[in-house]
Design a protein around this ligand. Structure first.
Ligand code: NAP
Length: 498
């Protein structure tokens, strides 16, 4: 990485940055119909940040009408596949070209280190758009085996207008997971980003139009969940909601779909993922994976490895190694510091919630091995240090509730059967991992852990070729991979009798 990415470099860029917080409807920046706005508080220093349009049902309706008009006109879905591919590839290139600006906007909104925003979030956002761009001219339809007197085409057709509702933890990445396949398949999209993280969504929409995506194909309505997300999910002319967020709101989304037009729903929800370490594991590798798996992005990760299930005989040694790797590798600092590995939590209210969950865990009997305290309060920002709790049992709140902060609960076990039962004793099923040198056991455990992704002797490795999503109350439907396109399409049969 080049050395000019100093704190001064980012301060300098910030001094000339003018974030656009307006709605993006029909290819134009718009104020909310009500004229109302709200101000984002920056998590890195608690200062007022961007001013955003406070959308409501009228704005959602305008955006849906624009998306519907674009879809029905065929201006995008009926365009030559090769041409569509080139336009989406240009969009990916524009995202890369505006990488520093997008990284800065993301960090101002969510408080993660700006270098992580640049090297992880911007990169994966552009890669995601590119992945689906490259699929556009490789999608074939089918001819069904009807016999000699008929021909039946089985066509994969776009659904129409997609409502995308996204969270604040990886805004650009999760937006791309939805925008890439939905737009590549020929749909129009109305995106409602989380109220805390709208700036990059608006910029992505501007860059889409600059790349040549027709106006109306991608609209953004900012605002609060109840005032914008709810009317989007209840809208009678939206064909599908692609939602990522909490299990609690996911349940509401299913209800809204049922109460309105039985629109399709895909849900990427919460998690409480187990990382299982057996006595024969490489403890250095396990410690590094446990620390990064739980503490990366300050623990604000749906598939964070928040439950460490560890064989009793190696628990103390493993916790010591996690302490060491956290101290040496996972630097918590102001997000503009070049060495920062983790930054601030999303907002003050969330930090207070994380701290109160920690306090509740201690009251239940969990013992703090290290960390899990508010730090850097003199900056005005919302920082909590990575921490581990021991003497935890799987029925304690620290092991059952999604904390969404850098808090690891270590739970000892004695046998493989017990480890498996603990791993699966959760309402969630997003991810898990097993660390052992016994490959038979690794395969038994990875098959039996009921989760959308299970890693063996590693954590959080992925690329666009693998589907991502959960079982149980972690939701259904998959982001990423070639399969994500299916979610945004339906099958249509055209039967011709001879
Ligand atoms: P959230 O509170 O559920 O919000 C998610 C989105 O839903 C936001 O845009 C939010 O808008 C909107 N929303 C809130 N209430 C709504 C309503 N009544 N109707 C329609 N939309 C509504 O989740 P979050 O706090 O942003 O994100 C953290 C959660 O996301 C965690 O549970 C995490 O596990 C999950 N997550 C899952 C995945 C995955 O792939 N499985 C990935 C990332 C995050 P406002 O922000 O304006 O309220």
């Amino acid at each position: 990485m080049t050395t000019h990415y100093t704190r001064a470099h980012w301060e300098d860029r910030l001094s000339t940055l003018v974030p656009n917080g307006r709605l993006f409807i029909d290819g134009k920046a718009e104020d909310a119909a009500s004229g109302e706005t709200f101000t984002r508080i920056r998590p890195m220093d608690g200062k007022p940040g961007a001013v955003l349009a406070r959308g409501n049902a009228a704005d959602i309706d305008r955006a849906v009408k624009s998306a519907r008009k674009a879809f029905e006109s065929g201006i995008w879905r009926h365009r030559e596949p090769l041409e569509k591919k080139k336009i989406m590839l240009k969009w990916a290139e524009l995202i890369r070209a505006h990488g520093e600006e997008l990284a800065l906007l993301e960090t101002l909104d969510v408080g993660k280190p700006v270098m992580a925003s640049l090297t992880v979030d911007v990169r994966l956002c552009a890669d995601g758009i590119q992945f689906y761009a490259e699929m556009i001219d490789k999608l074939y339809d089918e001819i069904a085996p009807t016999g000699p007197n008929a021909r039946a085409l089985v066509r994969k057709v776009p659904l129409g207008v997609i409502g995308a509702i996204t969270p604040w933890n990886y805004p650009m990445i999760i937006d791309a997971w939805k925008l890439g396949p939905a737009i590549a398949a020929g749909n129009s999209v109305v995106l409602k980003p989380a109220e805390q993280s709208s700036l990059t969504a608006i910029r992505l929409a501007e860059l889409a139009v600059e790349a040549g995506i027709p106006t109306g194909v991608f609209n953004v309505v900012t605002g609060y969940g109840e005032e914008t997300g709810k009317p989007l999910a209840l809208h009678m002319d939206v064909d599908m909601i692609a939602f990522t967020g909490s299990t609690e709101v996911g349940k509401l989304i299913m209800g809204y779909a049922a109460q309105s037009n039985i629109k399709r729903v895909a849900l990427e929800l919460g998690g409480k993922s187990p990382l299982v370490v057996f006595e024969d594991a490489d403890l250095d590798a396990a410690a590094s994976a446990a620390a990064w798996g739980c503490f990366y992005n300050s623990g604000e990760t749906c598939h964070a490895s928040t439950r460490l299930l560890v064989h009793r005989s190696v628990q103390d040694a493993l916790i010591e190694k996690i302490r060491a790797v956290t101290a040496s590798d996972i630097t918590l600092a102001h997000p503009f510091e070049p060495g920062a590995q983790i930054g601030a939590l999303i907002e003050e209210a969330h930090m207070e919630k994380v701290l109160s969950m920690i306090a509740a865990g201690e009251k239940e009997g969990a013992r703090r091995a290290f960390g899990a305290e508010r730090v850097l309060s003199e900056t005005g920002g919302f920082y909590v240090s990575p921490g581990v709790f021991v003497d935890t049992t799987n029925d304690m709140s620290l092991a059952r509730q999604e904390i969404f902060g850098p808090v690891l609960a270590a739970i000892p076990f004695d046998t493989e059967e017990e480890a498996l039962a603990l791993a699966n004793d959760t309402i969630y099923g997003l991810a898990g991992a097993v660390f052992t040198r016994d490959m038979g056991r690794a395969h038994r455990m990875s098959e039996a852990i009921h989760a959308g992704t299970v890693w063996i002797n590693t954590y959080d490795m992925s690329n666009f070729s693998t589907p991502f999503g959960g079982f149980k109350q972690s939701g259904f439907g998959r982001d990423r991979s070639v399969h994500a396109i299916d979610k945004y399409c339906d099958y249509k049969t055209i039967w011709q009798q001879f």
